[in-house]
Design a protein around this ligand. Structure first.
Ligand SMILES: Nc1ncnc2c1ncn2[C@@H]1O[C@H](COP(=O)(O)OP(=O)(O)O)[C@@H](O)[C@H]1O
Ligand SMILES: C=C(OP(=O)(O)O)C(=O)O
Ligand SMILES: [K+]
Ligand SMILES: [Mg+2]
Length: 586
């Protein structure tokens, strides 16, 4: 096997992070930068750095180098050696895509579908999985817990029986002001000049005519005569004309369709009114019950609606940590309120990912401000290494029509061009007439824009600041930045990353390299979570700390399935013994 390797080995518990010893005097390495060996004959470079940042298990390993024959590292710890199962788990869609399109043309942008009445059947879910759904989202605003449980069970069964790896995202209801459920009706039409009663009283269905219940008890007190009441950011508009106890009489000034649980905002003198509703808890008591349900069901992501501050994210993360069996559930902060924009950086920092939830965001800030906020959030997430989802109205017209508008295609293209990690369908897949067609549009636009980007060799100039919080993390970061750059310059076919908790994989994804990233992880839950990140193809594989045997095992398993072939050029990095290796598949 032709192999070039750069290995960083960290051993002594001294405190100084800059204390490196170099085993080969011909190569220079200093903190934060490395020079590649120039002489062809030098195949393995070993760098010893001293730090206390790494855990004990790493310090206890023995490093053996074998420069001439391409050997890499061997370890005295053989914790995985005995139970190596000779199998590799990858989803059928990735496998088919690789075989069909080759390495380069696989899709990098991930796709999320909100599941609703239009897509909750087993065959409908399967059709979405075949079309490339990476994550199924269930929105706790709608449907019963039994219904959500059924969807989760079907997705899990689909994964098991048909070899998909669709992850599940649960989206909380949150407690911003919204309408009730229209007494069971699927919609209601508000006509120009009609008087509607918005009330905080509870009714048993059916509701009296022209009545809308409101979930927020302080509503009738907080609104004033003359306020504008906007449904869904202005899809329907009312003016408050009279207040009578718990009832608020409103005149319809812009007619339209009222949908169950639609968002309500009220405006005074052109400004959004956020009186006591700003004090509503981000996670309501109902949300906590839903979160308990999500934990019990082992969902992969919890998306938190109307996040206002980093505290709530931290609180939820520690709640999950104390309760979730299978390690982690990733917490996604939905950026959809003025408060979340104000505290953007600390919210993203505290969370495991963010969603640009343009639906509610567009009801709280002027619409013309939404695109620039989107760009800012996508860029910040990239800098802070958090996956980011662009959501809402991407293909809204496809709820009713089989093709999108030109403007929608342009919007999707822009989100892909910004290199967000994932695109999300809402109503298009939950209750639209053409869920699969909408997903196909997202997939085709993603593939097209990604390819164009690579062909133009437009490697971005976006500054990726260092985010490491320990010296060991700095090494991982430098390795990933270098490996991604090498992958582009050497035009390798794929990056391989052996990553137990997914961190190294996310650092590679952050660099948005030209080639796909094969991420090998030992845990099924990590594998499902990596599904959300740009360019990552997650595989589950049992492996050891011996990189050479890992590589050989991976090559033979992937070759046997026709996913790689002899001569393919790859770069491999690992978070067990920090190294970069460049090699041809034997
Ligand atoms: N579980 C469900 N049951 C019934 N309808 C649903 C469900 N999930 C979503 N929908 C429908 O799809 C629409 C779009 O979904 P989504 O964007 O997630 O919610 P919202 O419109 O409340 O922001 C919803 O307004 C609702 O009509
Ligand atoms: C994704 C969003 O949240 P939800 O669909 O839950 O309102 C949004 O507001 O854009
Ligand atoms: K929600
Ligand atoms: Mg929302």
């Amino acid at each position: 096997m032709m192999s070039h390797a750069i290995n960083f080995f960290v051993s002594s518990p001294s405190r100084s992070p800059s204390n490196f010893t170099i085993s080969r005097p011909s190569v220079f390495v200093s903190t934060g930068s490395l020079r590649l060996p120039v002489k062809k004959s030098l195949r393995t470079l070993v760098v010893k750095a001293s730090t206390s940042d790494l855990d004990e298990s790493q310090s206890s390993k023995v490093l053996v180098t074998d420069n001439g024959s391409g050997g890499v590292l061997s370890s005295v710890t053989q914790e995985y050696g005995s139970n190596n199962v000779a199998s590799i788990e990858v989803d059928t869609v990735t496998e088919a895509e690789l075989k069909e399109n080759g390495f380069r043309s696989t899709r990098r942008t991930k796709l999320i579908c909100t599941i609703g009445p239009a897509t909750c059947g087993f065959e409908q879910l399967e059709a979405l999985a075949v079309e490339g759904m990476n994550v199924a989202r269930i929105n706790m605003c709608h449907g019963t817990r039994e219904w959500h449980q059924m969807v989760i069970e079907r997705v899990r069964r689909l994964n098991e029986e048909k070899g998909f790896a669709v992850a599940i995202m649960m989206d909380t209801e949150g407690s911003e002001i919204h309408m009730g459920d229209l007494g069971g009706a699927s919609s209601a039409k508000a006509e120009d000049g009609e008087i509607w009663n918005f009330t905080v009283r509870a009714f048993d269905p059916p509701l009296p005519e022209h009545t809308i219940t409101v979930n927020y008890d302080g509503f009738a007190e907080d609104v004033k005569v003359g306020d504008d009441l906007l449904v869904d950011g202005g899809m329907v508009r009312f003016e408050v004309i009279e207040k009578i106890g718990p009832d608020v009489k409103c005149l319809c000034t812009d007619p339209g369709l009222l949908l169950p649980r639609a968002n309500l905002t009220f405006w005074r003198d052109g400004k959004l009114v956020r009186e006591r509703n700003a004090m509503l808890p981000t996670i309501s008591s109902k949300d906590w019950l839903d979160i308990d349900f999500g934990i019990a069901e082992g969902v992969d992501f919890i998306a938190v609606s109307f996040v206002k501050s980093a505290e709530v994210i931290k609180h939820l993360k520690s709640y999950i940590k104390a309760r979730a069996r299978d390690g982690d559930i990733a917490v996604i902060a939905k950026i959809e309120s003025i408060d979340s924009l104000r505290n953007l950086e600390e919210i993203i920092q505290a969370s495991d990912g963010a969603m640009v939830a343009r639906g509610d965001l567009g009801a709280q800030i002027p619409l013309e401000q939404v695109p620039s906020e989107q760009q800012k959030i996508v860029q910040l997430c990239r800098q802070l290494n958090r996956p980011v989802i662009v959501a809402s109205q991407l293909l809204e017209s496809m709820i009713e029509y089989p093709i999108p508008t030109r403007a929608e295609v342009a919007d999707v293209s822009e989100a892909v061009r910004q290199r967000g990690d994932a695109l999300m369908l809402s109503g298009e897949s939950a209750m639209g007439q053409f869920p699969e067609k909408a997903l196909t549009v997202l997939r085709n636009v993603s593939l097209r824009i990604e390819r164009r980007w690579r062909e133009q060799k437009r490697h971005e100039v976006i500054e990726l600041p260092s985010i490491a919080s320990s010296f060991s993390d700095s090494i991982s970061e430098e390795i990933c930045n270098s490996a991604a750059k090498m992958a582009n310059n050497l035009e390798v076919d794929a990056l391989f990353v052996y990553t137990k908790n997914g961190h190294m994989a996310s650092l590679l994804s952050r660099c948005r390299p030209d080639c796909p990233i094969f991420a090998f992880t030992t845990a099924t839950s990590v594998r499902r979570r990596l599904n959300l990140q740009w360019g990552l193809m997650p595989f589950r594989l049992n492996y050891s700390d011996d990189m050479e045997s890992n590589l050989n095992k991976t090559f033979s398993l992937l070759k046997a399935r026709g996913m790689i072939k002899s001569g393919d050029l790859i770069i491999a990095v690992s978070d067990m013994l920090q190294s970069i290796q460049v090699m041809n598949v034997p």
